[in-house]
Design a binder for this molecule. Structure first.
Ligand code: SAH
Length: 348
């Protein structure tokens, strides 16, 4: 049932001769209250419960295969139909407890600094697999424990944009989980048509774009998607985004020493983003086995951040140290590489 939104549900209940308000009641049961069986829906007529039971499954995406914790961070691995594992991560933090969701099994992109890229691509996640990740966290932790949702897990969300849009619709149902769109962020490598679509259909959500280099030439060296959507097109879409949504864009910038964080890259970055309301999120590279970059030192990070600040940019440093190697930014999929046996060992 995690793939069912308000409109479909209304269609279902009306088709069964029930009044339309039952749809809202059901949304409450399916999304807002953690129950395991239709029989627990006490204010729904028995006959409707029976019909629903015959036609639908309540928790198709449960249980999680495994759960890991370090520093309060939880990571769940789910086995998906047809084989493969996807992951979601819960990161508690002062007033912004965040759940990081996957949008695809593996990733079709080949970003040189990302562990998921090494896994390859299996398939787009289905709607119920996206919603199911959140529902599982809600069942375990309770709805209040989750303040923000970010599509920053495995995969490129805007290459699965239909399902991401439908998931957002479900997450924001007032009689369901009731997330404000402003607490949901979609992070993209810069898929321009997807950004346009998102601006049209979900302008209230946050947009983060992985920039990672101050010019096309370097960007294309680490993210081949940059060849398809060069910075000129990307920034045109970002300007349009800011105009439509009246909200700034977050530009993510993975700090790769020797590649994109020389002091003279700061003014380049500043002139690239001029005129685009944005904040820059600096992410020190998280290393993984076989990676061809090293993480920057704190001094290197501070020096680059200060140069950007001096240029008048809004800058944040996202340090994921302490998250545990396999739950940090860009690390989803590393467990998949290691295989289930290693996952089990890590959880113990
Ligand atoms: N495909 C989407 C979302 C997944 S990656 C995107 O590209 O935005 C989420 C963020 O993690 C991106 O900003 C990405 O640049 C960053 N990232 C990927 N691998 C990383 C690594 N090894 N260290 C630090 N950040 C990384």
């Amino acid at each position: 049932m995690y793939s069912i939104g308000a409109r479909e549900l209304k269609g279902v209940v009306c088709g069964l001769g029930e009044p339309a308000f039952r749809a809202n009641q059901l949304i409450g049961w399916v999304y807002a209250r953690p129950i395991g069986a239709f029989s627990e829906m006490t204010d729904i007529p028995k006959s409707l419960r029976r019909t629903l039971e015959e036609r639908y499954r309540l928790m198709p995406f449960c249980p999680a295969a495994k759960k890991y914790a370090s520093d309060g961070v939880l990571k769940w691995a789910f086995e998906i139909e047809g084989g493969g594992i996807i992951e979601s991560v819960y990161i508690p933090g002062e007033g912004k407890d965040t759940l990081c969701l996957s949008s695809q099994a593996g990733c079709a992109l080949d970003c040189a600094f990302c562990a998921t890229a090494k896994v390859g691509f299996r398939r787009n996640l289905r709607l119920e697999e996206i919603v199911g990740q959140l529902m599982h966290a809600v069942f375990e932790l309770g709805r209040p424990a989750i303040r923000r949702i970010v599509f920053m897990g495995m995969g490129e969300p805007l290459l699965n944009v239909e399902n991401i849009l439908r998931a957002i619709e479900i997450f924001t149902l007032p009689s369901g989980l009731g997330f404000s769109p402003s607490r949901i962020t979609v992070s993209s490598s810069g898929v321009v048509p997807g950004i346009v679509e998102l601006a049209k259909k979900a302008p209230g959500v946050g947009l983060a774009v992985s920039l990672n280099a101050p010019d096309d030439e370097r960007r294309a060296k680490v993210m081949s998607i940059a060849k398809k959507y060069p910075l000129k097109d990307l920034f045109e879409a970002l300007r349009a985004w800011a105009r439509t949504t009246r909200a700034p864009v977050t530009l993510e910038y993975v700090l790769l020493p020797g590649f994109n964080m020389a002091l003279e890259d700061a003014p380049k970055l500043a002139s690239l983003v001029r005129g685009v309301p944005c904040k820059i999120n600096l992410i020190p590279f998280n290393p993984f086995l076989g990676a061809s970059f090293r993480p920057p030192s704190d001094d290197e990070v501070d020096a680059f951040a200060n140069r950007l600040l001096a240029k008048g940019l809004r800058v944040q440093i996202r340090r994921s140290r302490g998250l545990g190697a396999l739950a940090a930014c860009g690390q989803l999929g590393a467990g998949l590489l290691a295989g289930p046996r290693r996952l089990k060992a890590l959880s113990g």
